[in-house]
Structure formats: C-alpha cells, structure tokens
Design a protein around this ligand. Structure first.
Ligand SMILES: O=C(O)CCC(=O)C1=CC=C[C@@H](O)[C@@H]1C(=O)O
Ligand SMILES: [Mg+2]
Length: 328
C-alpha cells in the first residue's frame, strides 16, 4: 500500500483522497482570528468524513499533521467514547462589550465562557470591559491572549481583569508562560506552546502551565491527541481549530474518549458560522453530544464549494502534505 503502515491505519493513495475531496468556504457570523470566512477541505473514506483545513498561512510541514488527522477520521473513525456529552465553553471573539449579551444567546446553558483578549489594535480597557460583560451572564470565565502580551503586560492585564478560571497562552514562549505563572495567582493554559511546538512536553518540564489546550487537527488526530494528553499529565481542554462540522466531530469524539475531563472544551465554534457542511455541533444545556459523519452521512459540501480559483490551491496543498506523510 502506498505510504506503508502508519500506526493502526495505512496511508491512502492521494488520488483516493482527491476523488471525494471538496474545498469549501464557510461564512462566519463574527470575525474570528481575523477571518470572515473559513476555507477548508473535506473528503470521505470507509469510516466516514475527514477534514483537512490548516489555516492558509501555515507551511506544509505544519499542515501535514492536519491531513493525518483528516485521514484518521475518514479511514479509521473515532476512538471509543467514555461519556455521551461533552461540556463546552461559549467562545467570545474580540467584540465590543455591548455585543456580548447577543453573542452569548447562541450558547444556551453555558457554564463557562472563553473571552479573547490582547487583540491587536485594542486596549486593555476593551479586554476588561468584554470580560466584565461576559461575567455578568456566565459564572466561569477564562481568557485567551493568543500570545499577544509580554510578561509585564500579562501580569498587568491579568491583575486588571481579575479572577478567571485560567489565562490561555498569555505570552508567546514557554519561558514567558513560566514567568507569568510564577507571578500571578491565575492558572496558565498552554495552547500554541503545545500545538505549534517541536516538543509539546517542554511546557511540563518548564512548569509553564496548569492546563493543556489540545486540538485534534494540528496534533495529527484523535488518537495522537489522547496519547499526548496522557503523556502531558495536565488538566486538558480539547478545543476546535475553527473546523467545519466534520472536523468538529473528531474534536468532540476525542473529548468524549478522554479518560478524565474536568474542564469545559472549546468546541462551540460551530455557532460562529452561518452555514456548515453538515448540522453544526451547537451547544444545548452547556454541552454538545458526540455524532459521527459516517460514509453515508448527509454531508453537503458541494453546496458550500469555494470559488473556483481557490480549489486548485487546496488540491495542490493536499498533494504536497500527502507527500510529506509518505516520506515520514
Ligand atoms: O477554544 C475555543 O473556545 C474556540 C477555539 C479557539 O479559540 C481557537 C480556534 C482556532 C484557532 C485559534 O486561534 C483559537 C485559539 O487560540 O484557541
Ligand atoms: Mg488558544
């Protein structure tokens, strides 16, 4: 077989992947991560649907892990679940504070909200106001700075923002996370320091985090995510990569398979889209339920096909990433 054995599954031929692959463009309700639409690719295999959606600026070396995750989904399917609901946080993008109540209506029953902070072009006052507006409606608030603060800025900002469940990736590097963690009471979560790191275990060695945010696509799949969670030994939050419903199914499946899950997961981003390739995972009573899009599932990718000019770019990218997996 092309590519040979890869753990429990064999790498399929790239032509098999491309035969069913559709490049989609999903419109977003709220600007998030600087995006107003999300381009991604979905394809079908014997176990169901898989997604390949690395953000467009990612290089192939990083993007190839996302392909591995999509192939695992389509060719092997989900690991066995140990729970039938997954608690999820509301995700509050870097919007003005007065828009927070409307946004939170899309997260019925949420007990936890994650608020984006340190957005380029905004001020600490904007963050404090957005967090306060969220706190009025939701009991537990965590913040995510996406590495946007220096150590001093993080310490100042976290003192101003006050009590939060944790601060996700306050600064860029592992060393900076460790410094902030020593200086403040607030627990620290590592996201980019895990999913973009050559060695995700450095956060543990450096005592840099209390919580690990893990994402199935960048970490190369559901099983790889479960293995890493086990090795890290930290409290874990499974979060989305702004996936379509297809990729989200893999995130929810990984969260449902974790032996221990004490924190709400970041798997509520389906409600940031106004259209999806299949019914989105929308929060009800603060949770989402695992669902799998099997080979016969009602996935309508073609209705959301990306403009012609973008399709070849994605197909070429998939080919290059597949080549990297073959060579691994
Ligand atoms: O964790 C959540 O509530 C939603 C997911 C989320 O915040 C993210 C998804 C995709 C890309 C990231 O920039 C972002 C994150 O930093 O966690
Ligand atoms: Mg994050």
């Amino acid at each position: 077989m092309p590519g040979g054995m890869r753990g429990e599954w064999e790498l399929p031929d790239v032509e098999d992947l491309l035969a069913t692959a559709v490049v989609v463009r999903l419109p977003m309700r709220t600007r998030f991560r600087g995006l107003t639409f999300r381009e991604t690719m979905v394809f079908a295999g014997p176990a169901g649907w898989g997604e390949f959606g690395p953000f467009v600026e990612y290089e192939d070396a990083e993007a190839s892990a996302w392909l591995r995750a999509g192939i695992e989904a389509a060719y092997l399917g989900p690991p066995p679940a140990v729970r039938d609901t997954v608690p999820v946080n509301a995700t509050v993008p870097a919007i003005p504070a007065d828009e927070v109540p409307d946004l939170l209506k899309r997260y019925p029953g949420a007990g936890t909200a994650k608020v984006k902070v340190a957005e380029p072009g905004q001020t600490l006052d904007d963050d404090v106001a957005r967090v306060a507006a969220t706190r009025e409606l939701i009991g537990r608030v965590r913040v995510d700075a996406n590495g946007g603060w220096s150590v001093d800025e993080a310490i100042t900002a976290l003192r101003a923002i006050g009590d939060v469940e944790y601060a996700e990736q306050p600064c860029r590097t592992v060393e900076e996370l460790a410094q902030v963690r020593r200086a403040v009471e607030v627990p620290i979560a590592a996201d980019e320091s895990i999913r973009k790191a050559d060695d995700p275990l450095r956060v543990v060695a450096a005592d840099a985090a209390d919580v690990a945010v893990v994402k199935v696509a960048p970490l190369g799949g559901m099983r790889a995510t479960l293995e890493l969670a086990d090795t890290l030994g930290l409290d874990v939050v499974v979060s989305s990569a702004l996936d379509s419903a297809v990729g989200m199914a893999a995130g929810v499946a990984a969260a449902a398979a974790l032996p221990r899950l004490d924190l709400a997961c970041g798997l509520g981003t389906g409600s940031l889209f106004t259209a999806d390739v299949a019914p989105s995972f929308l929060m009800r009573d603060g949770v989402v339920e695992p669902r799998w899009f099997g080979p016969d599932a009602d996935v309508d990718a073609v209705a959301h096909a990306a403009p012609e000019g973008r399709r070849q770019w994605w197909r070429d990218r998939l080919r290059r990433c597949h080549r990297l997996l073959v060579e691994e």
